[in-house]
Design a protein around this ligand. Structure first.
Ligand code: NAD
Length: 499
């Protein structure tokens, strides 16, 4: 066994994952750091999915009767277990998803943060009382647990996205069934083991309250099509969302869709360019361009274009690319060969459309795929600029009129995250009012959202919202209750129906 394989074994042992589950299966688990196989994971078949969903339904029926603040106690314990496991789980995220260590740790921190948020929420699942038009009546709106929540997640946030959903779903009184990315099964197994420790400390959590179904698209489809699953929260490409959304609509199931992005930044002439440089560099190169919120399009005002491009080029030339376990780097690997090939295709298409490409070369060879981030000066927003390529490519374009730049910014299919760098208050407000994205920022980049806000985007990003604010409501059903405490039966709208 190689050093990295041994490290995976050590981490999974420490995290409490039974060896047979990840060594005796049929699905290879790979690390993008070297491309080597580090496990063979058991895949759920149709019988496993059926049994799991039956158990999830039974768990929901028991869990919904537990008072919400007590449900919050389980999530509090889970947060404690995550704190204890943070370093090991973060190291596994680095090995399985290729994130640099600080980003791996950041991802686990996000899980801890959403647990804290959900614990508070468990005492704040507030409804309303509503004025009624009838005397002697009272009207109220009450939130009830929903049912089994299915979570389908993407490789690039292998654990945090599940936690955003699960922490809220659990305090809201639901059970959770998780289909992680087939590219990141080991971190999912580790999270389940950590959750099992919290459940054991809690004492009387129902069996099967949180479950894992490992496999590819067909396992995801089983969740999507099964009437026992009340809500499916699906994170991944727009292509996946296009397949999943009609199937959920067909059976009137609830959907939270968190799909692709094509995020833009505008740098205005008044911008603090030091700040803008850091914001754009992290947004475009961080996580090797593999965030849904990665900055992919940059609109630079004519007056600062030359200076800013020169500074960006220097930043791109100096950034360290390589194996995050082997040294101090800021850009790790692409997830696999397909990602590399998609990037090369986009670079070729950009050249064909008149783009001037800086960077983008492969670093090293073999079964892993490291690339230098690419900066491409484009004559306009054409060809590959209109698409999300899940790799570190930043398309740079000029503008001279802010309204035209905002119109260009909005003229793509996705609508996730956006930003402007400016010190002009009027420009900032104009941008915030006009950006058609779910996230719009001033003087910070497009990536790195906090859990306190609702996260998600419009248009082909799917319209879903997760995490903070009032996203919890999607994991509950709302009932309007009217109580009559009078001796009469007045009908609404003054209707008379006297027998
Ligand atoms: P992907 O679409 O290939 O896979 C995502 C998940 O969906 C996987 O678990 C996969 O098995 C499953 N899946 C695929 N097709 C399915 C189908 N027809 N039915 C049911 N399940 C199906 O995405 P990926 O390559 O893992 O992740 C990258 C993509 O995810 C990018 O487009 C990125 O922007 C997006 N993403 C979005 C968000 C967000 O919050 N908006 C967050 C992270 C990633």
């Amino acid at each position: 066994m190689t050093a990295i394989g041994e490290e995976v074994g050590r981490l999974l042992d420490v995290l409490g994952v039974d060896r047979t589950i990840w060594t005796d299966g049929s699905m290879p688990a790979l690390t993008p750091l070297t491309g080597e196989q580090v496990g063979m994971v058991r895949v759920a078949d149709a019988a496993d999915a059926d049994a799991g969903l039956n158990q999830a339904v039974a768990a929901f029926r028991a869990w919904r009767a537990v008072p919400a603040p007590r449900r919050g106690e389980l999530v509090r314990l889970f947060g404690e277990e995550l704190r204890a496991a943070k370093d090991d789980l973060a190291a596994l995220v680095t090995i399985e998803a290729g994130k640099i260590p600080s980003e791996g740790a950041g991802e686990v921190q996000e899980m801890i943060d959403i647990c804290d948020f959900a614990v508070g929420l468990s005492r704040q699942l507030y409804g309303l009382t509503i004025a009624t038009e009838r005397p002697g009546h009272r009207m109220m709106e009450v939130w009830h647990p929903l049912g089994v929540v299915g979570v389908i997640s993407a490789f690039n946030f292998p654990v945090a996205v599940w936690a955003w959903n699960a922490a809220l779903a659990l305090v809201c009184g639901n059970s959770v069934v998780w289909k992680p990315s087939e590219k990141t099964p080991l971190t999912a197994l580790a999270v389940q083991a950590i959750f099992a420790r919290a459940a054991a400390r809690f004492g009387d959590a129902p069996q099967g309250l949180s479950q894992l179904l490992i496999g590819g698209r067909e396992v995801g489809e089983a969740l999507v099509d099964d009437p026992r699953v009340a809500l499916v929260s699906a994170t991944g490409s727009t292509r996946m969302g296009r397949a999943v959304a009609p199937r959920l609509a067909q059976r009137f199931a609830r959907a939270i869709l968190e799909l692709g992005g094509n995020n833009g930044v505008i740098v205005a002439p008044s911008a603090d360019l030091d700040l803008a440089l850091r914001g754009v560099a992290f947004g475009a190169m961080g996580t090797a361009g593999q965030r849904c919120t990665t900055t992919r399009r940059l609109f630079l005002h004519d007056r600062i274009y030359d200076e800013f491009v020169a500074r960006l080029k220097a930043a791109y030339a100096s950034v360290a690319v390589g194996n995050p376990l082997a040294g101090e780097v800021l850009v790790g690997p692409l997830i696999d060969r397909a990602a590399f090939e998609a990037m090369q295709e986009a670079l070729a298409a950009a050249r064909a459309a008149g783009g001037i490409v800086h960077g983008g070369e492969r670093v090293g060879e073999g079964a892993s795929f490291y690339v230098r981030p690419a900066l491409i000066e484009m004559p306009g927003q054409v060809g590959p600029v209109l698409e999300e390529t899940f790799a570190p490519i930043l398309y740079v374009m000029r503008y001279d009129d802010l309204d035209a730049a905002i119109a260009q910014h909005n003229a793509v299919a996705a609508g996730l995250s956006s930003a402007i760098f400016t010190t002009d208050l009027r420009e900032a407000e104009r941008f915030l009012a006009a950006s058609d994205c779910g996230i719009a920022n001033v003087n910070l980049g497009t990536s790195g959202a906090e859990i306190g806000g609702a996260f998600g985007g419009e248009k082909e990003t799917g319209g879903g919202r997760e995490s903070g604010s009032d996203a919890w409501r999607q994991y509950m059903r709302r009932a309007t209750n009217t109580m009559n405490y009078s001796d009469a039966l007045p009908l609404a709208q003054g209707v008379s129906f006297d027998l």
